[in-house]
Design a binder for this molecule. Structure first.
Ligand SMILES: NC(=O)c1ccc[n+]([C@@H]2O[C@H](COP(=O)([O-])OP(=O)(O)OC[C@H]3O[C@@H](n4cnc5c(N)ncnc54)[C@H](O)[C@@H]3O)[C@@H](O)[C@H]2O)c1
Length: 245
């Protein structure tokens, strides 16, 4: 029996990087997975990959900043699988620019996806979980929710927001069997990191390498499963030592 046997897990940003690695691990552990992403081509390819492993999987194209799209994620999930046990609330974007050059529209876009979208998708999950007696939510924040860095003000502010959103939701539903925690990755080797700066970021990491998406997936599995049954409102930093400096 897998750690997530017959549980239904929604994974936003499931078409790529950390979300895709987590989808692969979740199906190995017996979960039925709903992949949510803006990228239809990669999302459908992931759905096929999971089905070829005899897993139950569904891809839903959605923009997490659209209330209508988010409503549709839950409608399709309930129509197909009947419930929501786990949300890995992980879709996000990054934008690196000096703050004095950052247009307000770009600030808004980053905060809209990385914070507002996380709230909208979490709210949808909580509504379903309250009906069925509970569940677990793992939000993807970042080590940059804990420490600052030049050139990423909107992203860093949004990710700090996710950490305190996680505390707040964790407390709000602690006695209703809904646990809410956050993953705070360091530099991870996924398409969000431009190839030309990978070496520099690896050198900036105490372990002198980038993290792997599969290493994030294991931390997500811990927080999504009963292995972390007494943990809520918390954040797990998995960053090769970066924030210990
Ligand atoms: N890779 C890193 O170094 C790193 C570090 C810290 C935090 N993170 C966070 O991890 C999460 C996953 O990132 P990743 O590294 O796997 O990157 P990625 O680019 O491989 O995956 C992100 C996915 O999110 C999707 N997405 C973006 N905006 C969306 C929207 N509005 N609606 C639906 N889907 C959307 C993208 O299409 C993409 O498939 C993000 O929240 C990111 O901020 C990544």
């Amino acid at each position: 029996m897998g750690k997530l046997q017959d549980q239904v897990a929604i994974i936003t940003g499931g078409a790529s990087g950390i979300g895709a690695a987590t989808a692969r691990l979740f199906v190995q552990e017996g979960a039925k997975v709903v992949l949510v992403d803006l990228n239809e081509e990669k999302g459908k390819a992931m759905e096929q990959e999971l089905k070829s492993l005899s897993a139950e999987a569904l891809f839903v194209k959605a923009d997490i900043t659209s209330e209508e799209d988010v409503t549709n994620i839950y409608k399709q999930t309930i129509d197909t699988f009947g419930k929501v046990d786990i949300l890995f609330n992980n879709a996000g974007i990054g934008r690196t620019l000096p703050s004095h050059e950052l247009e307000y529209s770009e600030w808004r876009k980053t905060v809209n996806v990385d914070l507002d979208g996380v709230f909208l998708v979490a709210r949808g999950a909580i509504r379903e979980m309250l009906k069925t007696g509970g569940g677990t939510i793992v939000n993807t924040a970042s080590m940059y929710g804990w420490v600052g860095a030049p050139g990423n003000a909107a992203y860093n502010a949004a990710k700090a927001g996710v950490i305190n959103l996680t505390r707040s939701l964790g407390l709000e539903y602690a006695d209703q069997n809904i646990r809410v925690n956050a993953l705070c990755p360091g530099y991870i080797d996924t398409p969000i990191i431009p190839a030309e700066i990978k070496q520099e970021l690896a050198q900036a990491t105490p372990m002198k390498r980038l993290g792997q998406a599969e290493e994030m997936a294991k931390a997500v599995l811990f927080m999504a499963s009963d292995d972390s049954a007494f943990m809520t409102g918390n954040s797990l930093i998995v960053d090769g030592g970066f924030t210990a400096q």
